[in-house]
Write a protein that binds this ligand. Structure first.
Ligand SMILES: Nc1ncnc2c1ncn2[C@@H]1O[C@H](COP(=O)(O)OP(=O)(O)OP(=O)(O)O)[C@@H](O)[C@H]1O
Ligand SMILES: [Mg+2]
Length: 228
């Protein structure tokens, strides 16, 4: 039996928007095992991003528990959450979130600048990550010199440079054409195979969820309505 990487127990999260309570997550129970590829699907505003944020320690639940790699992170202080994120988690976003003024290799390296690693080691790791996503030849380009698919591959290199246990990707193909989207998904699945990295992907795209999600979690109005 593989290790339990993420466990959510009765997780609830509300937002208060000008006096109106929005129940973004309602009694969420979820188990994700080490090495799984999980696709989270559901209509807009059903709570997918909120769930990803709570599972990854970007946000905290109002009540319930979230365990990440065995540690209950649902009440952790921001300092601890930030350490956990920087050691165990890689993020990929729909709009790439690269720093416009930095080259590809600088964007990837930047994640390691706060660590005590030596400059040479940081460069070595950044080059290895760029090689993994097949972007070594474009390492000195800034984002505006890259296509959408290439930007997203640099973003994936940044997500894996610290060898995380889990990659969380929120609509990673949302701004890509179908071919680049397919290549990006193939890349995430390859990383999952090669490094046993757990991958949790939010997607609107039914075909992507069916093809790549070994486990599919369907949400609707703040609840998980199906796991297959
Ligand atoms: N910071 C916030 N303040 C107030 N309401 C919020 C906030 N973040 C999310 N919400 C609300 O919570 C609900 C769930 O939002 P969430 O972003 O998780 O949905 P989603 O499934 O990711 O949608 P999409 O597919 O459009 O990205 C929505 O009704 C949204 O408006
Ligand atoms: Mg979202």
């Amino acid at each position: 039996m593989p290790d339990l990487m993420i466990k959510a127990e009765k997780v609830n999260k509300e937002y208060n928007r000008s006096g109106t309570i929005i129940r973004a997550l309602i009694d969420i129970d979820l188990e994700i095992y080490s090495g799984e590829v999980v696709a989270i699907q559901g209509p807009t505003a059903c709570g997918k991003t909120t769930l990803l944020n709570v599972l990854s320690g970007l946000d905290t639940p109002d009540d319930g528990k979230v365990f990440l790699d065995g540690e209950n992170i649902s009440r952790s202080a921001e300092k601890r959450l930030s350490t956990i994120r920087s050691q165990k988690i890689g993020f990929v976003f729909q709009d790439f979130n690269l720093i416009d003024s930095l080259t590809a290799i600088e964007n990837v390296s930047a994640l390691l600048w706060p660590t005590p690693l030596h400059k040479k080691d940081i460069e070595k790791r950044a080059l290895a990550a760029l090689r993994d996503v097949n972007m070594l030849e474009r390492k000195d380009h800034i984002p505006r010199q890259l296509s959408g698919g290439e930007k997203q591959r640099v973003a994936v290199a940044r997500a894996i440079v610290h060898q995380p246990r889990v990659i969380f990707a929120d609509e990673p193909t949302g701004n890509l054409d179908p071919q680049s989207g397919k290549e990006l998904m193939d890349l995430l699945v390859k990383l999952n195979k090669d490094y046993k990295t757990t991958v949790v992907i939010v997607t609107h795209d039914q075909q992507i969820a069916d093809k790549y999600g070994k486990k599919r979690v369907r949400m609707d109005r703040g609840k998980i309505v199906d796991i297959s």
